[in-house]
Write a protein that binds this ligand. Structure first.
Ligand SMILES: Nc1nc2c(ncn2[C@@H]2O[C@H](COP(=O)(O)OP(=O)(O)OP(=O)(O)O)[C@@H](O)[C@H]2O)c(=O)[nH]1
Ligand SMILES: [Mg+2]
Length: 334
């Protein structure tokens, strides 16, 4: 990846990459896009991505920006924050806001995540509603539709996972027609976020609705995440993709120290925090094999994101029942 973080002092990640050629001509290589990059066009819009847990919202964001902006896993409720990813093209700038999967549960943490989604909806110019077509559109989908009813003039619907044989896209089309009848058909698009199919059409539909206006970010940025948040998310991604049952949901990652240790080297002490002593043993693993793998794979992934090496000192600790505690939730879900 040629666009890695170069300046250790800045807390933001930058990229020179543009999605221009992706919109204009999906056959172009990245090199061509960098060399022939036209100026960013005049349009500007904040686009909130909404959908059920595991619908593929974060996968869409990563495919659209061409960067691993937001972590992905098969476990529902992976995303816990409003995460921004920026797409610049000759049409203009779209600032996507990935949100936590919206679902019905009275648990403290979920209620907070639902508030994050509701706030983002209000703040956005446009909405991208992603539906997982491998699952029937039932109660959870209706809950989202209720939120969206009053915003039909600013919605694009993406029917995702059409690469799957079990995709029920016709059922999803019918659902949208019945529930969001004012969204015109040309704004209901079939995609595979994972296989990069139909993404350009979604971007085009959003650009068509976007208005001209000042850009929120200079064109080198593809996300607004700070370095410590990014490291914590990468470690969490590597951990939850290796853990099972309730353990992924019981994990958060705390960055305790971050130090520059040379011109191209950072040192970071991080803790994988779990809720119970028994979960600690699972994360460490037999002969500490699990924690070792999480550490090494995280460092590898961070090397792809940043232009400097991040040496991780990774440990596990118990933060008893943290999901019930407001102070911890305040820090994690801001
Ligand atoms: N087959 C297929 N799988 C997909 C597609 N898009 C996403 N997935 C998979 O669906 C799972 C969930 O993807 P995410 O992008 O994490 O979903 P999300 O909507 O961000 O989930 P939360 O953050 O939990 O709300 C992962 O296993 C992805 O690989 C797709 O187009 N096709
Ligand atoms: Mg997500």
């Amino acid at each position: 990846m040629e666009n890695k973080e170069k300046d250790l002092s800045t807390a933001l990640e930058m990229t020179g990459k543009s999605a221009d050629m992706m919109v204009e001509n999906s056959d172009m290589t990245n090199e061509a896009a960098v060399v022939e990059q036209p100026p960013v066009g005049p349009k500007s819009a904040m686009v909130t991505i909404i959908g059920r847990p595991s619908a593929g919202k974060s996968t869409f964001l990563n495919t659209a920006t061409g960067e691993p902006v937001s972590i992905v896993s098969a476990i529902p409720q992976t995303t816990r924050n409003a995460i921004r990813g920026i797409v610049n093209t000759s049409y203009g700038q779209l600032v996507f806001i990935d949100t936590p999967g919206y679902h019905d549960s009275e648990k403290k943490m979920n209620l907070r995540m639902r508030n994050i989604v509701a706030d983002q909806l209000e703040a956005s110019d446009l909405i991208l509603y992603i539906i997982d077509t491998t699952r029937p559109c039932a109660e959870e989908e209706r809950l989202i539709v209720e939120l969206l009813e009053g915003h039909q003039d600013k919605i694009v619907v993406a029917l995702n996972k059409i690469d799957e044989k079990r995709s029920m896209k016709d059922h999803a089309h019918k659902f949208i027609k019945a529930q969001l009848g004012n969204v015109p058909e040309k704004r209901v698009l079939e995609i595979s976020a994972k296989e990069d199919k139909g993404i350009n059409e979604v971007l085009k539909a959003l650009y068509e609705m976007a208005k001209e206006g000042p850009h929120l970010y200079s064109e080198e940025f593809y996300t607004d995440q700070e370095v410590d948040f990014r490291i914590a998310e990468v470690v969490r991604e590597q951990a939850i993709n290796r853990l099972e049952q309730e353990v992924p949901h019981a994990v958060y990652v705390q960055i305790a120290d971050l130090e520059q240790r040379g011109p191209n080297k950072m040192w970071c002490r991080a803790f994988i925090c779990v809720e119970k002593e028994s979960q600690k043993g699972i994360v460490i693993g037999k002969g500490a094999q699990m924690i070792k793998t999480i550490r090494l794979e995280s460092m590898k992934q961070l090397r792809n994101i940043f232009d400097y090496k991040i040496e991780l000192d990774l440990q596990v600790k118990v933060d008893k029942n943290w999901r019930q505690r407001d102070v911890t939730l305040d820090k994690l879900l801001k």
